[in-house]
Design a protein around this ligand. Structure first.
Ligand code: ME8
Length: 642
């Protein structure tokens, strides 16, 4: 029996699932359902990535142990996939005991082979991406080239994997196996990266604890494994690698779905680890693009993250699945909007798909007491039938190449043939003219095309497809896939069942501007997450605040206020700025004259006790009182700070 092994990335437990995670998982689920439909023995793996500094820090900020925290978020991923009817066969967690054993075995195997050695690492580490970068890769000398956050210079003892040793072998793989990385454009990016030269990879850490220990035999328990080594190995430990290898025959994977952000890890490190372990390489590493919101990357701090559960609740899970796979060419970025989703539901699904079923229910009800026959379809509609079969003939290759949107476009071309047949052949006129056979043949043609489309759309919209098949008197299963798709057989005569419209028209947006994650989290969690997100800013964000040196040229108390002083501060502009500052308890006005201060110069002016304040002074406060922050030596008024 043919086998198929499909994987998603395992998701970090520092964040609850969002639309991007749902996208990857839905494509993988589609592929798993497709292979099951074809009768392949299929294994579909997903799960959560729970070790590493990022998770340790996220847990600490919430006052939880990493394990407790991982349990909770991992549970949220699993719960969402269950609600979404994701047909995974295994949900792996990197904190699973079996996984740890497998990872240690892999480490030992690579070590025994001479592919791991001990050295010292010095590099710029981005905790958010759990990745080291060289100085030349950084943006503005300090920031991570992937996420823009500041990196930390780390120097520590580390074990290294001899990645450089595999450079030529990797290049040969990319060259020999045309579709090892999909889409092919992305493969070219990987090739140019590898051609620049691969450095050996630091694969252990001593600076934190939350990770898998090295095997006992190595005798070095200060180190834990680098989270990416640990995580990538999940794809084989899930099959039992290192323990009871009951499912190992599923390896190599057929399709490993990833987002473009983690392609490098999957198309370079992962095959190199596999080469070192003498295991075969995956057939396809398939990298999709980003979902954005109004063209911007989604992030919690921007509050523009789309909650997939909310979308599915509002618009229907399968409509959402269809939208995601149809709207964006695989590999490219796509922008989420309710308008685009509604258009797809009303037009593609309602008008072009669901309506066809209603029309043949209506027509067959009038013409033949709901009896539908394939008799005369071949004889009277050979052209339409051939055209449709020709489209269906090449269609599966598109899905296997992950061109989900083109796969669906072709299925919809088949639906157009059916819709056009009704318009052109006007069965109601045939009935009027006494050509009942002709009218029934049109209905029969449409029913057959609808049946074939429902089978092939079933991996994407399983429930909807089953409802249509049920109305058309058959079940979606491998046997019928072979009969109606591979053998191109027509439907046996049947009585169509009446079903209510499958895609009721949507008149208006059904979600308020989503503040999506709030539903999945408690209020306290949200606040704490905000703190984590907002505690780190990029250098660009920092420079959005214009800080200037100012010289106080006038100072007086504000009448009726115990706290406020009214200051005139020269910050090198034509006229001084009036600043109202709450420093009366700490400074006498006369002591401030001609002293220098640090001014936030681009604050929106505010009215304080009726006085306009055009800036803010920087000050430090503790139990001993308040001190203004001032330049160490006198500076020109208006000198910029930063
Ligand atoms: O990277 N659009 O986990 P992660 C589309 N643990 N897809 C998106 C997305 C978006 N806006 N945001 C996230 C990790 N994704 C590692 C993986 S695998 C051995 C270890 C999807 O939680 C996309 O698939 O950051 C991306 O690759 C994945 O989520 C990253 O998930």
């Amino acid at each position: 029996m043919n086998k198929a092994y499909i994987t998603t990335p395992i998701y970090y437990v520092n964040d609850v699932p969002h639309i991007g995670h749902a996208y990857t998982t839905i494509i993988a689920d589609t592929m798993a359902r497709y292979y099951r439909l074809k009768g392949f023995n299929t294994f579909f793996l997903t799960g959560t990535d729970e070790h590493g500094q990022k998770i340790e820090e996220a847990a600490k900020l919430r006052g939880r142990s990493p394990q407790e925290y991982a349990d909770e978020i991992s549970g949220k991923f699993r719960a969402l996939w269950d609600v979404f009817d994701i047909s995974y066969d295994k949900f792996i967690r990197t904190t699973d005991e079996d996984h740890k054993i497998g990872v240690q075995k892999a480490f030992q195997t690579m070590f025994d082979k001479g592919d791991i050695y001990k050295g010292e690492y010095e590099g710029h580490y981005c905790v958010s991406c759990e990745t080291f970068f060289t100085q030349t890769q950084l943006i503005d000398e300090t920031n991570c080239p992937d996420c823009g956050k500041p990196t930390t210079l780390l120097k520590e003892e580390s074990y290294f994997f001899k990645l450089s040793k595999y450079q030529e072998k990797l290049l040969k793989w990319y060259q020999d196996d045309a579709k090892c990385v999909l889409p092919v454009g992305k493969k070219n990016e990987v090739i140019s990266f590898v051609k620049q030269g691969l450095h050996d990879l630091s694969i252990t850490r001593t600076s934190f604890n939350w990770g898998i220990k090295l095997p006992k035999e190595i005798g070095d328990d200060r180190h834990v494994m680098y989270v990416w080594l640990d995580a990538l190995l999940n794809y084989i430990t899930a099959l039992g690698y290192g323990k009871e290898e009951e499912n190992i025959s599923f390896w190599p994977a057929n399709i490993q779905l990833v987002g473009k952000d983690i392609l490098r890890f999957h198309a370079i490190y992962w095959p190199a680890f596999l080469m070192s372990l003498d295991l075969p390489l995956p057939q396809h590493i398939a990298a999709h693009g980003w979902w954005t919101r109004n063209g911007e990357k989604m992030s919690k701090s921007k509050g523009n993250v789309v909650n997939p559960k909310e979308v599915a609740d509002a618009y229907g899970l399968e409509n959402f699945r269809y939208f995601m796979l149809r709207e964006v060419p695989f590999g490219q970025d796509g922008d989420f909007s309710q308008k685009a989703l509604i258009d797809r539901i009303n037009s593609d699904l309602g008008n072009e798909f669901g309506n066809l079923l209603n029309r043949i229910i209506g027509m067959s009800g009038k013409y033949s007491d709901f009896h539908i026959t394939s008799k005369n379809v071949q004889a009277l509609h050979v052209k339409e039938l051939d055209e449709a079969l020709a489209l269906l003939d090449g269609i599966e290759l598109k899905l296997c190449d992950m061109q989900t949107n083109r796969y669906l476009e072709d299925l919809w071309k088949v639906l157009s043939i059916a819709n056009n047949a009704i318009t052109i052949h006007e069965p109601w006129n045939k009935i009027k003219n006494g050509d009942t056979q002709g009218a029934l043949a049109v209905v029969g043609l449409v029913a057959n095309l609808l049946a074939k489309v429902s089978i092939l759309v079933s991996p994407i919209m399983p429930q909807t497809a089953s409802k249509i098949a049920d109305a058309l008197g058959f079940e979606i299963n491998t046997q019928n896939y072979e009969k109606f798709i591979l053998a191109q057989t027509l439907l046996d005569d049947f009585i169509i069942k009446k079903v209510p419209p499958l895609f009721p028209k949507i008149e208006e947006e059904l979600m308020n501007t989503p503040e999506p994650q709030a539903t999945l989290k408690t209020k306290t969690e949200t606040v704490k997450e905000k703190i984590i997100d907002e505690s780190i800013i990029t250098i660009d964000q920092f420079f959005q605040t214009k800080l200037k040196v100012g010289t106080i040229i006038e100072a007086q108390a504000v009448a009726n206020s115990q706290k406020l002083l009214q200051l005139q501060v020269d910050i090198g502009e034509e006229t001084p700025r009036q600043i109202v500052a709450g420093i009366k308890e700490y400074y006498a006005p006369e002591d401030l004259l001609n002293t220098q201060v640090c001014v936030v110069a681009n604050l929106k002016p505010a009215k304080i006790m009726g006085l306009v304040s055009q800036g803010m002074l920087l000050a430090a406060k503790d139990n001993d009182g308040l001190s203004l922050i001032r330049p160490e030596n006198k500076k020109k008024s208006g000198a910029s700070i930063g």
